[in-house]
Design a protein around this ligand. Structure first.
Ligand SMILES: C[S@@+](CC[C@H](N)C(=O)[O-])C[C@H]1O[C@@H](n2cnc3c(N)ncnc32)[C@H](O)[C@@H]1O
Length: 258
């Protein structure tokens, strides 16, 4: 008895993995969060598949359906937006399913954080500038643990990717400034990355909230912040050791610099 949890990717139906698509096409039952997963992707399931929208269901209701169908011997696939490991609320499903003897296989997906970085043409880890990315959210109605306040995390001055924070940008600005970020620190907001109505907004810490308002962005936005998002990064000469001709590593012997 098994449930497959499949990462759908950020929106573009072509961004699901080959393995995820294969499972979707083989499934007898498909459950998906209709508020986030692209219907065009779900329509690739077989015509006889039972396709269920979960946005209006509560946890127990959803899990009950999964268990009943799995016990009937059906192949059940649960599709989650992006990668299921990021704010996918999968663990609460897994706990209940395991109690009923159901095994789980998770197929990863392209998270919106990487789709947004791609849309922005950005590398989030720039040599000599930052080698760390923090994936987090601003605190709103959902509390954030004491040691994970944005104010504290931002003190690392690395790249920060904010999920679920589109309506909390006033607070985000305040916390970045409190953490010692300069007002001109670059930010890229990507609304609906990889969807046909994708929008890329380049701004700074100082102007973030205004930029969100001007562009009418209040949901489905990834906020990427830090100097790795500098629009002038191409004029600077940050280079990795990996392709440095004088650097020796496991696959290449470096040449002496003149
Ligand atoms: C419940 S979380 C799910 C995240 C998802 N598991 C992932 O890996 O992308 C929803 C949040 O992810 C971000 N998000 C999801 N899809 C997005 C997209 N296509 N473009 C920009 N942000 C997106 C937004 O911050 C949104 O508020």
């Amino acid at each position: 008895m098994k449930l497959y949890i499949v990462g759908a990717g950020p929106g573009d139906p072509d961004l699901i993995t080959v393995k995820g698509l294969k499972l979707l096409q083989e499934a007898d039952v498909v459950l998906y969060a209709d508020s986030l997963v692209n219907e065009e992707l779900v329509s690739k399931s077989k015509p006889t598949a039972e396709v269920l929208k979960t946005a209006g269901m509560h946890l127990e209701e959803m899990v009950e359906i999964m268990i009943a169908r799995i016990r009937e011997g059906k192949k059940v696939v649960r599709v989650h937006t992006g990668d299921p490991a990021m704010y996918g609320a999968i663990m609460e499903q897994i706990v209940l399913l395991k109690k009923e003897g159901v095994d789980i296989e998770i197929i990863p997906g392209v998270s919106s954080v990487f789709a947004a970085a791609a849309a922005a043409g950005a590398e989030l880890t720039i040599p000599d500038l930052t080698q760390t990315v923090i994936l987090t959210r601003a605190e709103g109605r959902t509390p954030v643990p004491e040691f994970e306040k944005l104010n504290d995390l931002a003190k690392h001055k690395c790249t920060i990717a904010l999920f679920l924070s589109a309506t909390l940008t006033k607070k985000v600005m305040k916390e970045f400034i409190n953490a010692g970020w300069s007002e001109d620190t670059p930010i890229v907001v990507v609304y609906k990355a990889t969807w046909p109505d994708e929008k890329i907004v380049r701004t700074t810490v100082k102007d973030l909230d205004d930029a969100m308002r001007t562009n009418g962005i209040r949901k489905q936005a990834m906020i990427l912040a830090g100097w790795a998002l500098d629009p002038n990064i191409h004029d600077k000469d940050y280079r990795s050791k990996l392709y440095d001709k004088t650097f020796t590593h496991g696959f290449r012997r470096g040449v002496k610099s003149e």
